[in-house]
Design a protein around this ligand. Structure first.
Ligand SMILES: Nc1ncnc2c1ncn2[C@@H]1O[C@H](COP(=O)(O)OP(=O)(O)OP(=O)(O)O)[C@@H](O)[C@H]1O
Ligand SMILES: [Mg+2]
Length: 427
């Protein structure tokens, strides 16, 4: 049988330039995922736009479950603001676990610097201030002993160590204010700063940081947007000093509806088609999308990931339409080959019990499977190492375990009735 070169771009067989199921977020300046494919969230978009549009500054928390579309949501609002003349560092600032106060401020400055650099002549800063900013950062691959690490946009920047050591927190804040004032003057608009994935920072550090950065976050004419998952939301609630500085109640991002996901995929494919003259093939069917939507209760990231894995694995020499049945069998056999076949029987039983629940404690598993708790605990640790399960949350001593998204392929259902109805309809 003729087999394609596996290094060829599979998506070309479908008449598409790229993977329409990519899980990349939508970026401010555009990227693989077309910004036009952003769908829904009208109410949240208008709320956030109103917040950043009201001059003076603000602090907003945007939160939601993993992979629902938080980053894309904030980026879309920032992109609109950017096109209306606002300055915003293009890339969201990804918070790092062990950041200290100075790292936080320095990384904010570094993100501003990186975007100014990209803007060339259009940067909203005087040459003098820009070179001050430039002087603060240098590419320091060899220099490890710098006071503050800057891992933000572009990576590899470090605050240059001067003869007095690193700049003090006070001087960093003062310089930040100077930069902001100048951008405000130049653009006539406020600045928007987006900190992403606050869940990467342990609660203790988050608490200390927000306690100490209260004044920084009150800088006039800056809109600070903090993004985090559900645990960040609960941590923030327990930091009264933080919740009291929030401008408005937090914005919650929920799962999209199936119709919205259908629209997203349609727009993505239209935008990614190789040519207007060539038709393209949609690799999935409505019913395969429906079954994944049900499995993941609407989580778009997991749905896209599953479709991408299944289509890539099933496509050999020509485009296919992955129906519910082939989707199920393909994903289940991938799961079996990649994960389950390597597991000892008892560990496998434990995993398959975890898969059935949104979350489950060691004790419930032990009760259900009649395995001693200490043994369950050992299996769970092994499964965690293999990337099959993770601790979703803790409550006192109790750990609540969840299966990693791919493990759910085990319970992906093939709805025969629905398939029959469909084939009748299509007939
Ligand atoms: N409203 C939307 N319209 C179109 N596409 C979306 C929308 N929301 C999310 N997506 C797509 O879904 C995927 C996940 O979105 P995103 O990365 O923004 O999620 P997230 O909540 O920030 O994830 P994480 O918890 O990992 O930070 C991306 O591929 C993104 O392009
Ligand atoms: Mg994100």
């Amino acid at each position: 049988m003729l087999r394609r070169d596996e290094l060829e771009n599979t998506w070309e067989l479908y008449g598409l330039r790229e993977n329409p199921y990519s899980i990349q977020a939508i970026y401010v300046l555009g990227g693989i995922i077309p910004i036009e494919s952003f769908v829904g969230r009208e109410e949240q978009v208008s709320r956030l736009k109103r917040i950043v549009g009201s001059k003076g500054g603000s602090r907003t928390l945007v939160y939601g479950d993993i992979g629902v579309g938080k980053t894309s949501f904030v980026n879309v609002v920032r992109a609109q603001a950017y096109h209306r003349g606002f300055f915003t560092p293009f890339k969201e600032i990804i918070v790092v676990e062990n950041w200290e106060i100075d790292d936080f401020i320095a990384n904010t400055l570094s993100a501003i610097y990186a975007s100014c650099k990209l803007l060339g002549d259009k940067k909203p800063l005087q040459p003098k201030t820009y070179s001050k900013l430039e002087n603060l950062f240098e590419i320091a691959r060899e220099e490890k002993d710098v006071g503050v690490s800057v891992a933000g946009f572009g990576g590899n920047y470090s605050v240059r160590k001067n003869t007095h050591g690193s700049p003090s927190t006070m001087s960093l804040i003062a310089f930040f204010q100077e930069v902001i004032t100048e951008i405000n003057k130049h653009t006539g608009k406020d600045v928007i700063i987006h900190y992403n994935n606050l869940e990467l920072m342990p609660e203790k550090n988050l608490k200390r940081l927000f306690d100490n950065l209260r004044d920084f976050f009150q800088t006039p004419n800056v809109h600070f947007i903090f993004v985090g998952n559900l645990t960040v939301f609960s941590s923030m609630q327990s930091i009264p000093r933080f919740s009291s500085i929030l401008t408005d109640s937090p914005i919650k991002i929920e799962n999209l509806s199936i119709e919205e996901i259908k629209t997203i995929l349609k727009i993505r494919m239209e935008k990614m088609r190789i040519s207007e003259k060539i038709t393209y093939t949609v690799p999935h069917t409505d019913s395969s999308l429906q079954s994944l939507y049900e499995l993941y209760k609407g989580n778009i990231r997991n749905i896209l990931n599953s479709l991408s894995t299944a289509v890539l694995s099933k496509t050999t020499e020509r485009a296919i339409r992955l129906d519910e049945f082939s989707l199920c069998t393909t994903l289940r056999s991938i799961l079996e080959d990649r994960y389950l076949s390597n597991l000892p029987n008892r560990a496998r039983d434990v995993l398959l019990e975890v898969v059935k629940h949104d979350e489950i404690t060691n004790k419930s598993i032990s009760d259900k499977l009649h395995i001693a708790r200490s043994n369950v605990s050992g299996y769970l640790k092994d499964l965690e190492k293999e990337g099959c399960v993770h601790v979703r949350r803790k409550n006192g001593k109790d750990k609540f375990w969840s299966a990693q998204p791919q493990m759910k392929w085990y319970i992906l259902k093939f709805d025969e009735d629905r398939a029959k109805q469909r084939s009748l309809r299509e007939f």
